[in-house]
Write a new protein. Sequence first.
Length: 137
Amino acid sequence: EHPLARFTPPVPLAELRRHIHLVVSDSSKFKPPIDAGLVGAETVWNFPDFHSRREGLRAGLGVAWMPTYLIEQDVRTNKLVPLRLERHTVQRFTVGLAHRTSPPLGRTGRQLLELMAAQKDFLPPPSAELLKLVSTG
């Protein structure tokens, strides 16, 4: 029902900026100097996590980039519509882990480090179907 869902693709970034951008708040003390909305939206609403932001998307409150594994089912059932933008449609991020060295990590922390080191891509990749939907062709 969102106006951008009916917009003829590709959606210009100038149009995207006119709509509410739903972002996940950064609660860390390390805050690199980046635009919280990544697109320079006029209005930004903060959510505590990806799951609550997905609910905001489902309610039609605004637009957001989302991890594909969280929204693929919603896209398949037409609860959410992927937008084709004039650029930067699909974003890829490298996940890192910072940890203390003193005192040393406990058993669980070490095990998590080992699992992350052994598994380069621990999130499932997006389906070819979803990538085709958001492709700018």
